[in-house]
Design a protein around this ligand. Structure first.
Ligand code: FMN
Length: 195
């Protein structure tokens, strides 16, 4: 199965190879590998170098994993229960230096997770980000302080076989990856005038 990005211009191999599987191999990821991933995330850029990102991680078989799985919507639970690790990403809502609202917290968390996904690819791992979870369950299951906003859930591990997925998910696992064209997103001179 080839899920590599079919680019118009040459890009970095790791970016080409990153994708979001739903089928994961039944193979554990070690605590050391998780620390590798989050160390990479730590080096993302952030507004005022606030580093507003925080993560909770569970490894398959532990209580944290089960508590994260419990927060996902059923449609995500049905495939994410095969991941080797589950993670939640949070954003600190205010800047530490002056307590004003940090409008870029989600942007910054997103950059740290994007960096993590590239590190994961380099380690032979894959990650699948999810918006389909209940924020109120996250707050309840983990005693999260009010200052921290749940922003994303992530499933990760070694990529598995599409055949091991239930019918509902197999087709998209095998489907060709799609993207908008450069002319639809990159402008010059005026709005929607392609570069
Ligand atoms: C913020 C965010 C939320 C997402 N939410 C879900 C989700 O709840 N369930 C799911 O199966 N995929 C989810 N995805 C995965 C996207 O559908 C996927 O990244 C997109 O189709 C592009 O595919 P690729 O990552 O393989 O390139 C999410 C991705 C992001 C970045």
């Amino acid at each position: 199965m080839n899920k590599e990005a079919n680019t118009n211009y040459p890009i970095n191999e790791l970016i080409k190879k990153r994708w979001s599987p739903r089928s994961f191999e039944d193979k554990a990821v070690t605590p050391g590998q998780i620390k590798n991933l989050v160390d990479a995330a730590r080096w993302a850029a952030s507004s005022y170098n606030e580093q507003p990102w925080r993560f909770i991680v569970g490894l398959k078989g532990d209580d944290t994993y089960d508590k994260i799985l419990d927060c996902l919507v059923e449609w995500n639970q049905n495939w994410a229960n095969g991941a080797a690790f589950l993670m939640l990403g949070f954003g600190k809502q205010h800047f530490s230096h002056n307590d004003s609202i940090n409008r870029h917290r989600a942007y910054d968390l997103g950059q740290s997770v994007a960096t993590m996904t590239i590190q994961a690819t380099d380690m032979g791992l894959h990650m699948h980000q999810m918006a389909g979870y209940s924020s109120s369950k996250v707050l309840e299951n983990f005693n999260v302080p009010e200052e921290y906003e749940p922003i994303v859930a992530i499933a990760g591990g070694y990529v598995g076989k599409p055949e091991d997925l239930a019918d509902d998910y197999r087709e998209s696992e095998l489907a060709k990856r799609k993207r908008k064209g450069l002319e639809q997103i990159l402008f010059h001179g005026d709005w929607e005038k392609p570069f």
